[in-house]
Design a protein. Sequence first.
Length: 523
Amino acid sequence: MNSLDWAVLIGYFGVMVAIGVWSHKRVDNVSDFFTAGGKMPWWLSGISHHMSGYSAVMFTGYAGIAYTYGVTSFITWSFPIALGIAIGSKLFAPRVNRLRSRLHVASPLEYLKNRYNLPTQQALAWSGLLLKIVDVGAKWAAIATLLSVFTGVSLNQGIVITGAITAVYCTIGGLWADALTELGQFVIQLLAGVSMFVAVVMKLSDKDIGFLGAWDEPALHGHGRPLVGPYGTVFLLAFLFIKLFEYNGGMLNQAQRYMATGSAYEAERSARLSAVLWLVWPVILFFPMWMSPLLVHAQKPDGSDSYALMTEQLLPHGLLGLVIVGFFSHTMAMCSSDANAIAAVFTRDLAPVLSARARAWGERSGLVAARVTTVVFLGLSMAVATQVNSPAFKDIITVVIKWVAGLMGPIAIPMMLGLLRAFRRSGPTAALTSWAAGLLAFWLVNYPVSWHVDGGVPLQYQVSIPLAVSLVLYILIGRLKPEDTPARLAVIEKVNTDGDAVAAVPAPAVAGDDVLGSPNRPL
């Protein structure tokens, strides 16, 4: 990088902070901070939903998969996400929106206490929070890895720089700041992605290879096959189910985008827009990665540095800075949205159970707590980021695919399926058992079982078995031990209808303990 690239990068950081400061004026209470008060336009929600699903892992971990295996990086990653969101636009998006509009909650997990019970809500909230700390830590490590390639700063310095700037704008501006910065980041990544695409096409022409003729080159032998290596049919089907739950609210931050729109119909439209973007745009981003074996020789065994090396070689200064800003835009979009979601979970779901004082928070004190929690979460995830390349995690892509995908299912299944009438019989017994058994299955498959299998358990089973165990138990126990009480049925009906002719959710026995809007839990 030279002074021009640094100017682009510093200018980007300045604009992000300015947006956060401007958004601060739109945040008057906890509802504004976590769900934009239900006033976000559907198109902004859709773009924000799309952007909050990216990170620099695409340009490191998935770039390595593209470098090694080719188009399977698209077939087994962004395509399942696009399909999952398209299905969820009808199945989940309207119902998640009604959590705010009909149940008047500010956290995606607030409804779980009345849908199941307090222990279930707490189990899912704490496990989701811990998983998100690890997940976001991997994202910080990914962007810091790229920053070190271009600037020479250390991994820890890169983590601190990106984390601190993200903390400023998302802490003061809440979800409005997240969404508006993600809109700017979308424009930046559009320019950066197209620049890189054009640069690679021109380089292939210079080598007399051509746009289509590249696939006949020996270096790309087998790279046109959709399913190769550890990414086979079982992995694809498992990832489709995982992304169906994850990107429609199971990992919390996407749920907030649906909740932020004005109505269930607008939430559905925002999901459809996000699905289209996930189907089309990653092809432009992935094409240079698929061509990378023809242009660079990766230094790392997993090929995770191939995109960064190619960017350095092909782009002039200025455009190089723009592409680096694109890396930042993806990561900061996802991490800031995750921080906002986890702050909502902690202040709305966990703190009131831990402290009587938290149950009496007013508008001002609740907003202060939300901002403090956001900073603490970012700090913890940055601390984890420094350990991502340790033996415990192995590498970034291991964390993202094995840990996050493998553990997400047991957490998301009770939350997401609990919204649907078809699973009304599944109560707290089914939810807690499926959650615990899924986590146990993850541990068994990845450790004791893997230790006794030559070469370890294949990746496709590491991510699919925990999900399958949780899904089967959730459905089976619901059939064998139905717990569809009138109070739980009332919650389900509220999130499945827009009308008012639905029985009210019974008040809890203990005053100040109702997560759906008691006087002691102001929205």
